[in-house]
Design a protein around this ligand. Sequence first.
Ligand code: CAA
Ligand code: FAD
Length: 379
Amino acid sequence: MNFELTEEQIAVRDAAREFAQTELLPGVIERDDKQEFPAEQIKKMGELGFMGMMVDPKYGGGGMDTVSYVLAMEEISKIDASASVCMSVNNSLVCWGLEKFGTEEQKEKYLKPLASGEKIGAFCLSEPEAGSDATSQKTTAEDKGDHYLLNGTKNWITNGNSASIYLVIAQTDREKGHKGINCLIVEKGMDGFVVGKKEDKLGIRGSDTHSLMFTDVKVPKENRIGEDGFGFKFAMSTLNGGRIGIASQALGIASGAYELALAYSKERKAFGKPISQHQAIQFKLADMATEIDAARLLCLQAAYLKDQKKDFGKQSAMAKLYASKVAMDVTVEAVQVHGGYGYVKEYHVERLMRDAKITQIYEGTSEIQKIVISRELLK
Ligand code: CAA
Ligand code: FAD
């Protein structure tokens, strides 16, 4: 067993850290306040190779491993979780799914601009009445011979407006249950496709979350990913990897809050000494650091297994379940360490606390992660 990072992995982590400090930190409070998508910053992230990190260079990607991806996601998420969710969806849901299961033509046409960051992708599974229970979705993709006719509404879609390429999961044959579901590549601008309202959220307010409406959208057959009926398996397999991204996001939110709390505890004085000299604060820091290290090890283990082409679904669910709980616990404590200052925007920790909550909800709630883990345990 080797816990050392390679020189390349360290270089990726340091580049992400530098980028987050210089490009994401300025303006992050304002973007959160105004619900402003970090468009310029995401463009630069694409230029630096952060939007298609694991994609083969022949399709414009960085050809990096998943461990490097975890390290970069942690650094970006420490500063701006709205930017990191865009990065996570593009890398591990959209690019990964297209590279693994797409045809050569689909990779040329869609993966290349996504991997280079020229375009942004979205993954569209959830609906107003179907989130956790994903097979009960109502959106239909009716088989019309050379094309599908897409009708329905998707909800809560990350990158909803900023994306231009959408992977949409829809029912073709309800009788067949999950085997009657397909995943179609839909382009912004296709007739009948409308981007709906933007959600006004508790956290990750810079991320643009929208509903999407499809009315008789004609999607060519060549835009289906995989065989007929592969859509649900596609979604589940893709989410296995996506959950490593969100686990790393949660890890980053936690470690960002911890670093702020640690620094503040050395500066702030109470009862004649820095609050870091009070054992109650020291114990909080000890708990935070321990939980963060455990979360990081789970994220890296899931990434390592994926890189080794071994089963990683259980491990990615465990990493997401645990890291998202750590993100909540640590951010609440980081606000506490800051006292009243923690409750105002200027000190960043209140935003991190608000951002943390979503990691227990999207890409499968914590309850769903426990279903995924326990099914594997009981197999
Ligand atoms: N990996 C691979 N295949 C899987 C799988 C996994 N993790 N989970 C299920 N499958 C397969 C099963 O093997 C089964 O196939 P077979 O019949 O051929 O064996 C098929 O999928 C159906 O599985 P189930 O019968 O277990 O399906 P279910 O209806 O009981 O639901 C579930 C299973 C795990 C609860 C699933 O519905 C689920 O994951 N729900 C959560 C949905 C989710 O995570 N949504 C996230 C949306 S994207 C997002 O949120 C992005 C973002 O915010 C940024
Ligand atoms: P429900 O499924 O209605 O769950 C409600 C509660 O019941 C939860 O606590 C849940 O854990 C619990 N529950 C449900 N079923 C069970 C069960 N069997 N056992 C125990 N407890 C259960 N989706 C996308 O497809 N693409 C995206 O890009 C995307 N981005 C998102 C961004 C944001 C900001 C948000 C808020 C959501 C996003 N989602 C996205 C949707 C997200 O994946 C769903 O919200 C999530 O899967 C939960 O579904 P739901 O909201 O319908 O809750």
